[in-house]
Design a protein around this ligand. Sequence first.
Ligand SMILES: C[S@@+](CC[C@H](N)C(=O)[O-])C[C@H]1O[C@@H](n2cnc3c(N)ncnc32)[C@H](O)[C@@H]1O
Length: 289
Amino acid sequence: RKRQRAVAVVPPPMKSRKKARQVTSRFHRVQEQLHAAEAALSAAKDAGQATGDTEDKLRRLRAELQQLGGREAYQQASRLQLQFCDSGRYVFQQLTSRGFRPSRREKRRPRVLEIGAVTRTLLRCPWLDVLAIDLKAQEQDIREVDFFQLEVDSERPFDAVVCAMVLNCVPTAAGRGQMLLKIREHLAIEGLLFVMLPKRCLSRSPHLTQPEFLALCEAMGYALLHQKASPKILYFVFSLRERVPLPDIAEQRRNPRRKKSTTRKGADVCNFDVRLSDPALDDEQARQG
Ligand SMILES: C[S@@+](CC[C@H](N)C(=O)[O-])C[C@H]1O[C@@H](n2cnc3c(N)ncnc32)[C@H](O)[C@@H]1O
């Protein structure tokens, strides 16, 4: 008797790097547009204006996201890209060379917060005590929580925070700034912050150059210890020297060229930006239109 072929109930794993790149960049683009449309909808509702067009746009964008395979397809694409971005090895090397790796006799393992974890690479490391979080957990021991909702334990700050290819997933410039500001609350003074970003975020953006991004980090209290670049990815390690209060950061440094920036379109352009602002003030400005 002929054997029946099993029917696949889950999509086959993604194999093409090109496809993976397309999925992640489309996902980011749609997420940014969704975020802007949601903000426009709530502003229109507050002002008592018609919302039909914006609601149509939101429906179209949600359908596009679903057609793409949602966050699951996006994370699968990220996993594939991860094989070529060895952020785990970089973290281990840097922690070891900076004296964070405990000797065999030492009981205390360095505490690490991994934001946006799609694999168990760091969790598997026997000499680290890792809290791995993600908006959508793909593994049992990755905690499903939004970083912005994670409670700060000021008694036990982390020795290192790993933010690999995550800042570029946050949909707004102010949100990215908030992420960098909030990381300081979780991180011990002299603790390490690892940031990995697609190279194009800082080489193809009309809003922010690499020196401007580094100056922004420095203004917050992060001192750059090391950086390297692969053909597609930038790797940075910072040490948190102090948590400079937001009002003490001059407007010029929070936002190096806000006045000149324009949104450009085109395949080679990336609209990555980071803005340091007070969320309460942002809400107030949005309410005032
Ligand atoms: C491109 S993947 C990066 C995965 C991995 N860190 C790497 O090095 O490739 C970005 C991940 O960040 C997660 N993420 C984005 N914003 C987040 C947030 N606010 N809190 C927790 N995770 C977040 C996404 O769900 C996604 O799984």
